[in-house]
Structure formats: structure tokens, C-alpha cells
Design a binder for this molecule. Structure first.
Ligand code: PMP
Length: 383
């Protein structure tokens, strides 16, 4: 028996160092001369004075924290307004705000599944959906990426009375859209509910940034539930579940991440509401973010890098080994551009990537800087 119960963590750390998988927390300063293509601030609103003022006004009116869980003291008028506004934007009949997108996914998927329900999940779904599947106590079938045929086969094979299909709307690493119309058709043919995580689609995809479900003509459908985060396009923090009123009422009754978690801070609700106002006043923002992404992918291609065609604001560039991806990220940083780096376990072995996120406010000069940074990566990328 070892005297040190946590001694094993040092052995794990050594293994991760050898595999190029150590992670570092790097606190940032408020003002740095780096072009940010690593955040999820797709509409460039995180420091927009209108959004920051929304947060400040909410904090002054309601206090620094929500003071309690949603069912006790944590539900303010702001939370209710935010639920209405998110429902209106996405075309859903009702909505429920959570304190993060992660908790919205856990809450919705677990509350809507359980023993006696088959859960079918895309192999590239976000970690919050993977964790929701694990917590659901359902039989879970993980299916091939973006494959309505694989979903249909899983549903056809089931013995369970109920079934739930779960997918990201836009996948977070490579930025490609889920085949939502075909998935909805398969779900309907098999009597399954469809849960779509619009984290990377809200504010970027669909009419007025309404999301991929709206773009697919499925807004307000009685068999579709949407989850969102407020932390990306809406530049705030928090999450929500949107769908039919009876489904939302069930989530209120059953979702443990709703019932037992302190409500979203008023400042975050205020910021998200202000961001929704900006989105309504400037309906060109989603297209600007998508155009910027297309230009980033084009630049990467011209530097000889393998960039996927972006459907939203995320541009994934395949690099290969984790070490090569980390080195490419460091070269971009030296060239003044901050980019994301995805390594296992976020992606499978051998397909570590750089992840560039476009913003609606990227200017021509910014793109020149990106071109110079990506050129240094392209020169050193293996054949
Ligand atoms: N879903 C997806 C697809 C995400 O990328 C993220 C955030 N990275 C989440 C859910 C979680 O959202 P939040 O950060 O608000 O917890």
C-alpha cells in the first residue's frame, strides 16, 4: 500500500509529458497585442460597451450573485426576460436558463432520457453531451459522425420504448454542420426526440443568427429540443434549454443541474440580453462572422494547410501529432496570433488540430497578420 494516496498523479503527469498532452493554465492580461482567434467571441461582443453596460446595470439592480437556486431565490425578472428572448430568437415556444451550456446539456439530456430510453449520440459530440449520456443511465449508442443512416440503424434495432437522438448543431472542433433535416426525418420515422446543441450555431447560423435548427426549418417543432450557451456569440456566460412548454416544465421538475445549482448571475443575464439587442439591431453580424471564417479557411489553404470548409465561425486545421499542433500554436503566438489547439482526448490520436475562430469584427489588417502567422506554420508542416 502506498503512503501517498496521490502519488500516482505524478506518474500520470510524466506519461502526459512524454505524449505531449500536458495542459497549462495561462491567465491573460486585459490588453495584449495578440490577435484573438482562440476565443468563442464570434460576434466580437465580449467587450462591446453595450454588452458590458448590460452586465453592469444588471449587477447594480440585482446584485453580484443570484443569491440562490432558480426554484428558491435565484429567478429574477431578467432570467424570465432572457428565456422569452431566447425562445423568440430560436423560434421555440419556451425556454429555461441554466448557469452554463454544459449544465443545460446535462440537465436536458438526463431529464429526457433514463432507463427505458435509448440515447443515440454522434461520435464527435461535445464533452457535455458525452457526460450527459454517461449520467443518463440509458443504453447509449455512439454512432458514426454525421450519419443519419447510422442513427436510423441504431433506432431500428432498439428494444427500448423511448429514444433520444443528440447532436451538436455545429461541431466544435472542425466547425461542420450536423445533417439536421435528415436527422429529424429519421427521428420522426422512429418516434425519437431530437436534442440539438446550438452552442456554435446560435448567433452565427440561420436567419438573424437563430441557429441551425431554424435554418433547417425545424424551429418550434414539437419533437425537437435545443440547447444553447450564452458564452459564445452572446459574449456572456450561461446556457439554456428551448423547446415545447411541457418539455420545459418537465426539465424544471427533473433536471438536477437546474434544481440544485445556483442560478445564473444577474450580470451574465444582463449581458446576454444586451447582446441579443445588438444582434437584433445589427442583423448582418452572423454573415460577417461566417464570411470571416471562409476567408480564414482560404488563407490556411493557401499556406498549404488542411483546413475544413467552415459552415459557421469555427475553422479546424489538421496538423497531426499533439507535439506538432502545440508547436504550430506557439509559432502563431510568436507571430502575434492566438489560436486554439485541440489534442487528445478532445480529438482522436493523430488528428490534433489548430482551431481558429472567426469574429464578425475581423478587419483586413487582421487577416494579413493571420496570413503571415499561418505561413510560418505552413512552411514547417510535415508533407
Ligand atoms: N456545447 C458545446 C458544443 C460547446 O462547445 C460548449 C463549450 N465549449 C458547451 C456546450 C458548454 O457551454 P458552456 O461553456 O456555456 O458551459
Amino acid at each position: 500500500m502506498s503512503a501517498d494516496p496521490f502519488g500516482w498523479v505524478r506518474a500520470r503527469a510524466a506519461e502526459r509529458t512524454t505524449a505531449g498532452l500536458r495542459r497549462t493554465v495561462r491567465p491573460r492580461e486585459p490588453d495584449v497585442d495578440l490577435l484573438d482567434l482562440a476565443s468563442n467571441d464570434y460576434l466580437g461582443l465580449a467587450r462591446d460597451p453595450r454588452v458590458v453596460d448590460g452586465a453592469v446595470r444588471a449587477a447594480r439592480t440585482w446584485g453580484a450573485g443570484a443569491t440562490g437556486s432558480r426554484l428558491v431565490t435565484g429567478s429574477t425578472r431578467l432570467h424570465a426576460q432572457l428565456e422569452e428572448r431566447l425562445a423568440a430568437l430560436t423560434g421555440a415556444p419556451a425556454g429555461l436558463v441554466f448557469s452554463s451550456g454544459y449544465l443545460a446539456n446535462l440537465g436536458a439530456v438526463v431529464a429526457l432520457s433514463g432507463p427505458g430510453c435509448l440515447v443515440v449520440s454522434d461520435a464527435h459530440n461535445h464533452a457535455s453531451i458525452v457526460d450527459a449520456c454517461r449520467l443518463s443511465r440509458s443504453r447509449v449508442v455512439v454512432v458514426a459522425h454525421r450519419s443519419p443512416a447510422a442513427v436510423a440503424a441504431a433506432l431500428a434495432d432498439r428494444t427500448e420504448e423511448r429514444a433520444l437522438v443528440v447532436t451538436d448543431a455545429v461541431f466544435s472542433v472542425e466547425g461542420e454542420l450536423a445533417p439536421l433535416p435528415a436527422l429529424a426525418e429519421v427521428c420522426r420515422a422512429h418516434g425519437a426526440g431530437l436534442v440539438v446543441d446550438e452552442a456554435h450555431a446560435l448567433g452565427v447560423v440561420g436567419p438573424g443568427g437563430a441557429g441551425a435548427v431554424a435554418a433547417a426549418g425545424l424551429a418550434g417543432a414539437p419533437d425537437v429540443v435545443v440547447t444553447v450557451t450564452l458564452s459564445k456569440s452572446l459574449a456572456a456566460q450561461g446556457g439554456a434549454v428551448l423547446g415545447p412548454p411541457d418539455v420545459i416544465a418537465h426539465v424544471v421538475d427533473a433536471a438536477r443541474t437546474f434544481i440544485f445549482d445556483t442560478a445564473l448571475a444577474p450580470a451574465s443575464a444582463g449581458a446576454a440580453l444586451a447582446a441579443l439587442d445588438v444582434l437584433a439591431a445589427e442583423p448582418e453580424l452572423p454573415a460577417r462572422a461566417r464570411d470571416a471564417a471562409a476567408r480564414l479557411a482560404d488563407l490556411a489553404g493557401r499556406c498549404g494547410l488542411a483546413a475544413g470548409r467552415p459552415d459557421a465561425a469555427v475553422v479546424g486545421i489538421r496538423i497531426g501529432t499533439p507535439e506538432a499542433a502545440v508547436a504550430a500554436q506557439a509559432r502563431c503566438r510568436e507571430a502575434g496570433v492566438l489560436v486554439g489547439c485541440f489534442r487528445p482526448p478532445a480529438v482522436p490520436d493523430g488528428v490534433s488540430r489548430l482551431r481558429l475562430t472567426a469574429r464578425a469584427d475581423l478587419a483586413g489588417g487582421d487577416l494579413e497578420r493571420v496570413a503571415a502567422a499561418l505561413a510560418t506554420v505552413g512552411r514547417q508542416a510535415p508533407d
